[in-house]
Design a protein around this ligand. Sequence first.
Ligand code: HEC
Length: 125
Amino acid sequence: MTRSIHHIALMLSVACLAIPTVKSEPLSGKQLYDIACEACHSLGSAPDHRVGPPLGNLLGRKAAAIEGYRYSEALRASEWVWTLPTLLAWLSDPDTAIPDNAMNYVNALTAEESQRLAEWLLQQP
Ligand code: HEC
């Protein structure tokens, strides 16, 4: 009995946490990156323990160019160069952009958020 009351109280507090707060400011490019990319990618150019390759100095970089990172065959063969249009195409749907790539990612961002994130990311060292 007390157990189930505790359970209900827990569920109520979880439900309260889940109610979105009113946002006055849209999320910045950095905040969007931290939410959507950072778990799998660091910045800079040195591969680390993360699943994806580092994304620093991306503007004008050829796809699959980081030494020491094991890219998919598909990304290596793509001959893509990272610019705002190619990055947006990649982010909107990686599997359509470069079939058989290894980035297991579904874009949950709006077009505007993707644009803000991409513009920010392409300026990072
Ligand atoms: C679940 C992990 C994961 C998430 C989340 C993720 N990526 Fe990736 N990403 C990867 C992997 C793995 C690859 C390598 C793909 C391959 O080799 O085919 C990759 C490759 C890339 C590349 C190509 C880099 C290069 O050196 O050519 C870019 C650009 C990229 N991701 C951008 C992003 C951005 C921006 C986000 C956030 C919106 C993101 N990724 C989210 C795992 C992820």
